[in-house]
Design a protein around this ligand. Structure first.
Ligand code: GLA
Length: 388
């Protein structure tokens, strides 16, 4: 709450009038289902109690002015009536520019706005600070502009902003969970038809996030390579199996076993990860319904192994963090979360063991790498909305 007061006061001082709205959109951690979203598959993320906040007020003209508290009060502004350009000196502003661009392209009439932005989602650590910023900006435009737009549509337009305006060809998971999360639940999303189900978190354990502090490098180019390899697998498997396939989602494990030989070895590994990961997501949801913590944890472990060996998006720091976590009492499962190549792991830890887990993992990881990681237990929060 202190941050809201700072945000409101800074806004008022800078723009000379108090904000009329404060909106919030959370970052996320994905429990299981990695790299499956752009293969029309299943994911199971939850929203974090870390979020982006925007204070806002309508303007009489058609300009959008932005002030970023986390970037030394950097400013950027653009007009809604001219083609929206990138600001290479203030890259943070491109997420908001992209959202305005996507909303305008979809035919919405937007109000001019004064905005002040602040957040506590760690940046560059795979917890979707950019999706949180996009969804928060879209929610602000929707609220102040009285736009008739559903949360699903907000998620889709924000994904479009990120892939077409910002230029990171992401899937739908991050924007979707930031817009639609329900408190105390994870969200099972079917990324083909965007249907979803709230899934209660497993009882008796907590979700703990460990930030390796290794900032994600390589991620854009490797991400696009993985996407292309998955598309290649679809084409080759369709020919081999003699049936039309839209995505790896359409390939059962049995069909994969029959068609796998037609794929170059690397492409086969990528496809194997996606096909087995989709099955793990559905098994994990079934496990939460039975409160089968050990089964859920084992699926997380298997997901990490598959991301490391078949999809090859892990790195030394992520592997070290997972290995250390698995040696702790009360740790039921651990895996990298998000795109990979750095960032965070997600861990399922028995409630009574969480405090010891946090301090012991931090100590052991520091001893091994010289880095002091950020480790925190998470509550599942609701998705984007107006705070006041
Ligand atoms: C990034 C993307 C998501 C998803 C994950 C990997 O977070 O933004 O769409 O593909 O990587 O699961």
């Amino acid at each position: 709450m202190r941050s809201i007061e700072t945000l409101r006061a800074t806004f008022t001082q800078f723009y000379g009038a108090a904000p009329t709205h404060i909106t919030r959109a959370p970052g996320r951690v994905n429990l299981i289902g990695e790299h499956t979203d752009y293969n029309d598959g299943f994911v199971l993320p939850m929203a974090l109690d870390r979020a982006v906040l925007i204070a806002a007020r309508a303007r009489a003209d058609r300009r959008v002015r932005m002030l970023a508290l986390d970037f030394e009060h950097a400013r950027s502004e653009f007009a809604l009536d001219a083609p929206i350009e990138h600001d290479s000196a203030n890259k943070w502003s491109n997420y908001i520019r992209g959202v305005a661009w996507a909303l305008l392209a979809r035919g919405f009439i937007l109000p001019g706005l004064d905005l002040a932005i602040q957040g506590d989602v760690p940046r560059g650590s795979g917890l979707s600070s950019s999706a949180a910023l996009e969804v928060c900006a879209a929610t602000t435009f929707a609220e102040i502009g009285n736009l008739e737009i559903s949360k699903v549509e907000i998620a889709k337009l924000c994904q479009r902003a990120e892939s077409e305006f910002v230029g990171m060809k992401c899937g739908i998971m991050d924007q979707f969970i930031s817009a639609l999360a329900r408190a105390d639940h994870a969200l099972l999303i079917d990324c083909r038809d965007l249907s979803y189900q709230n899934v209660p978190l497993p009882r008796g354990a907590q979700i703990v996030v460990c930030d390796t502090l290794k900032r994600r490098g390589l991620v854009d180019s490797e991400y696009n390579t993985r996407r292309a390899e998955c598309e290649q697998a679809v084409r080759l498997l369709a020919a081999q199996l003699g049936k039309p396939l839209r995505a790896l989602r359409d390939v059962s494990p049995e069909e994969f076993a029959r068609g796998e030989n037609a794929l170059p070895p690397t492409v086969a590994k990528r496809a194997r990860h996606i096909i087995t990961e989709n099955a793990r997501v559905l098994d994990a949801v079934a496990a939460t319904r039975r409160d089968a913590l050990a089964a859920f944890g084992a699926l997380m472990d298997a997901s990490h192994a598959s991301l490391r060996d078949d999809y090859q998006v892990s790195c030394a720091e992520l592997d070290a963090m997972v290995e250390i976590a698995r040696q702790q009492r009360g740790c039921l499962g651990a895996r990298l979360t998000g795109a990979g190549f750095g960032g965070c792991t997600v861990n399922l830890v028995e409630e009574s063991a969480v405090d010891a887990f946090i301090s012991d993992v931090a100590r052991a990881y520091h001893a091994r790498t010289g880095l002091s990681p950020q480790i925190f237990a998470c509550r599942a929060m609701a998705g984007a909305g107006v705070v006041e």
